[in-house]
Design a protein around this ligand. Structure first.
Ligand code: KPL
Length: 322
């Protein structure tokens, strides 16, 4: 299955290295020319199980040079999704499927503007990776990848894609309806990510420290209520809270992806995480005060580090987004 991966960040490199090592015809595509040059010269430097190996991969900046693929996996940050749309047409043949494994909720809807919905796959992955440098990643937590069609129903291509990932050492399963797992992951991300990003802690204390655990639990309960209002049943909210705590414990040493973004003073995925919960909640009349507060705090943090000039004394906190 000829595969193109858009976005050679931590997850793109992790998946690209596994697929290449398994003999899949895979190309990593990234707009960062230095990243691509490093990948072409050395491959992905993968830290895994206490070993470091360099895995040769094809890498390009220009999607047109890759030509049509059978499967395109989108791994850019959720807020960068719109920027990949112009590069998609040369990758799309008549049967090509596009799979988003991005965090949050909303990236698939952006892709659906350029990809026919019946050729769009949506999924979540519990694989973890940390970017250590250009083209260099550490494989963190392992876990299953679930994928299914944007418009729920049985999908044989999703089964083939899941088999390919599993064969490459990335256990995956096709599901008829990907939206419950997407909401479940969203609940985890809206609970753990902003709490860790705002406080500088790793994931572990979200499970271990009462105030962090209670804040995360409240955010997850709100996500469950919004999901239910949208017709997605995530089961007993207290079981979901237990799941969030278990994920924080299982990834105790990780700094969440949003925490890593904030540490690098890079834009975060907050609009697609707490922002998505707030907007969907508003549309369904479900109050989401905790997500709204976390959303506002992260946006304030981003504005703070994106605003290079010192704040004038008479600004009264009115810093405008640029
Ligand atoms: O998905 C994650 C993220 O950081 O984005 C978790 C599960 C919280 C692991 O860090």
């Amino acid at each position: 299955m000829k595969t193109a991966i858009i976005g050679a960040g931590a997850m793109g490199c992790l998946f690209g290295a596994h697929l290449a090592r398994a003999g899949v015809d895979v190309t990593l595509i990234d707009i960062d020319a230095d990243e691509v040059a490093t990948l072409r010269a050395r491959g992905v430097r993968l830290h895994q199980d206490g070993r470091v190996s360099d895995v040769a991969v094809a890498a390009l900046t220009d999607p047109a040079e890759a030509g049509p693929a059978d499967l395109v996996i989108v791994f850019v940050k959720a807020h960068q999704t719109r920027s990949v749309l112009p590069g998609l047409p040369p990758l799309l043949g008549p049967e090509t499927r596009v799979l988003t494994l991005q965090n949050g909720l909303g990236a698939a809807d952006v892709l659906a503007e350029a990809v026919p919905p019946d050729r769009l796959l949506v999924g979540v992955t519990a694989q973890g990776a940390t970017q250590l440098g250009r083209g260099e990643v550490r494989h963190g937590g392992r876990g299953e990848t679930l994928l299914g069609p944007y418009r729920p129903g049985p999908d044989r291509f999703a089964q083939r894609a899941a088999a390919m990932l599993t064969g490459a050492g990335l256990p995956a399963r096709a599901v008829a309806d990907p939206w419950p797992p997407v909401w479940k992951k969203l609940a985890v991300n809206c609970a753990i990510n902003p709490v860790t990003a705002l406080t500088g802690i790793r994931n572990g204390p979200v499970a271990a420290w009462d105030p962090a655990r209670e804040l995360a639990a409240d955010a997850a309960r709100e996500a469950a209520a919004v999901a239910r209002a949208e017709g997605v049943d995530l089961g007993d909210p207290e079981d979901l809270v237990g799941f969030v705590t278990a994920v924080a414990r299982a990834t105790a040493e990780n700094r969440s992806s949003m925490g890593q973004d904030v540490d690098r003073r890079a834009p975060t995925e907050i609009e697609f995480i707490c922002g998505a919960v707030v907007r969907r909640g508003e549309a369904r009349g479900v109050p989401t005060p905790v997500n709204r507060t976390l959303w506002r705090l992260i946006r304030t943090l981003e504005l703070g580090y994106r605003t290079a000039a010192p704040i004038p004394e008479d600004a009264h906190g009115q810093v405008h987004d640029s």
